[in-house]
Design a protein around this ligand. Structure first.
Ligand code: AMP
Ligand code: MG
Length: 486
């Protein structure tokens, strides 16, 4: 393989320049023996980066933060956050760095960020490191989410560092190179507000407007328009999660972006059995971040954003609260509309169907709940039913009479099975497959990971030989548990 000449990567330091109070200049810890494990070549191209250079020794050094391009100014970002409801005024990048911003081929500014790059002044008790398994997990699940059309941060690459990481056992270390339209979080705004510096809060809001919601700058009240724009971005995001059965697992305000991209694939999981109470995270004892709670939690997080923005919304605090409450009210409407439109598409019905479609979808979900039917397979089986073969669908549901009645009413609306096959995925990162692939990867065999990555990168296209990737977990897989901060 020929290696392309080293082309300097141009990284801006806009966040660091505009918000120096929230940016601590920092460098990555040395990786003793960096080895590239996986690279998203499509994303590299989108970013204008040469994939063959990224694979070279210089490229890999760049991907672990050992070689910093001239002019770049890596920083650890400060942010606050409500973690499981409790406010922490100073969290920040404890094991991550913003390398800088680059302009992608479409002209958009994108953050290039490292995770697992060593301790920073925000590390508190943590070691600043990340293990191969969890970083490959973020790469895989974020790729799947992107392929499913869910707004998400992306993973450009995962590089094994050659350093051992001490967890419950000693594990191989890794650095993930993450790409996001920004790393601005609800917690970033909470941090600025908590400093008590009104100028910082305003500069941060202006930065967010300019990067994500530029139309807000023209509004009569730009900061209220910013809040409304974040509400308008988060509501359809959460609807997409619910429709595809994604459980984030740690919806703290520091893991809620202003852009409306999914961020932080820690203890996340995909639903198998349909169950609104499903919780996978080992530390979520109260079920705060259960699957069915996600819309309410997003709304709660947005209320915390409104609180942090209050001084910018109106000089009179009472009036500011009124404006915030009214704008937050838009979340339920927007969420409901996004969910109903998505549910209608999953049932293969045209937009002209009206509210009946959402009601039918809710009825269908109720039929799935008692038998703990597999969410992904049940929706995929609907297309067969629309083609006249309800056999596969009947195998998922206990109350066959109720199902037949439902199918009759639904088919009367003339669902389009081809459209459904483009909407209801066949392959999602099923928890047992993810664990199997990551266990092998941690032991040095990347083949199952690469195969699963290829499968979930084309989630709608049925391919022969991939039957096991579309099947629910075997009964002996048991209850799935996920972990934070790994
Ligand atoms: P997360 O749960 O991944 O969103 O992380 C919450 C906070 O803990 C953030 O401030 C992280 O930077 C920090 N953190 C998580 N793991 C580590 C680690 N191993 N070392 C240092 N900081 C960490
Ligand atoms: Mg986080």
């Amino acid at each position: 393989m020929s290696v392309a000449p080293v082309r300097p990567v141009v990284l801006d330091d806009r966040f660091a320049r505009e918000l120096p109070e929230m940016a601590v200049p920092w460098r990555a810890e040395q990786a003793p023996d960096p080895r590239l494990l996986v690279l998203d070549e499509e994303l590299a191209a989108e970013l204008g980066l040469d994939a063959s250079w990224l694979r070279s020794a210089d490229g890999v050094r760049f991907l672990v933060g050992a070689a910093v391009p001239d002019g770049a100014a890596p920083v650890a970002q400060a942010y606050a956050g409500h973690q499981f409801g409790g406010f922490v005024p100073r969290l920040g990048d404890g094991r991550a760095l913003l390398l800088g911003e680059l302009t992608d081929s479409a002209g958009h500014l994108r953050d290039l960020h490292l995770k697992g790059s060593g301790r920073t002044p925000f590390a508190r008790g943590g070691d600043g490191l990340a293990a191969v398994g969890p970083m490959l997990r973020e790469h895989l699940v974020s790729r799947a989410m992107h392929a499913l059309g869910v707004p998400t941060t992306r993973s450009l690459a995962v590089v094994a560092t050659g350093r051992a990481v001490r967890r419950e056992e000693v594990l191989p270390g890794a650095v993930l190179a993450r790409v996001a339209s920004s790393h601005l979080r609800v917690g970033s705004v909470q941090y600025a507000r908590a400093t008590g510096d009104p100028d910082l809060l305003r500069r941060l809001a202006d930065h967010a407007i300019s990067r994500h919601h530029p139309a807000a700058a023209q509004a009569e009240n730009p900061y209220l328009a910013l809040f409304e724009a974040v509400v308008a971005a988060q509501a359809p995001l959460i609807a997409r999660w619910m429709l595809v059965g994604f459980v984030h697992g740690v919806m703290n305000t520091d893991n809620t972006t202003l852009s409306g991209e999914t961020i932080d694939y820690g203890p996340c999981a995909f639903l198998d059995a349909y169950d609104p109470a499903a919780v996978y995270s080992s530390i979520d004892h109260g079920g705060r971040y259960a699957y069915g709670n996600q819309p309410a939690v997003a709304e709660w997080n947005l209320a915390r954003l409104a609180e942090a923005l209050l001084p910018l919304l109106h000089e009179d605090e009472e009036r500011a609260v009124e404006l915030a409450v009214a704008a937050l009210g838009g979340f339920r409407t927007r969420y409901g509309a996004a969910w109903a439109a998505g549910a209608r598409a999953k049932l293969g019905l045209p937009a002209s169907t009206g509210p009946q479609a959402g009601a039918l979808a809710e009825e269908f979900l109720t039929l799935l709940q008692a038998p703990r039917a597999d969410l992904t397979s049940s929706f995929r089986a609907l297309a067969d039913a629309a083609r006249g073969d309800a056999g596969p669908l009947r195998r998922h549901v206990l109350d066959v009479d109720a199902l037949d009645d439902w199918v009759g009413r639904w088919c009367a609306l003339d669902p389009d099975p081809a459209a459904m096959d483009r909407t209801n995925p066949l392959y999602v990162p099923r928890n047992h497959l993810v664990e199997e692939a990551l266990t092998a990867a941690t032991d040095g065999d990347l083949a199952p990971f690469r195969q699963l990555l290829a499968v979930v990168s084309a989630p709608y296209d049925e391919r022969p030989g991939l039957e096991r990737y579309a099947a629910p977990a075997p009964p002996d897989f048991g209850a799935y548990r996920t972990f934070c901060g790994t």
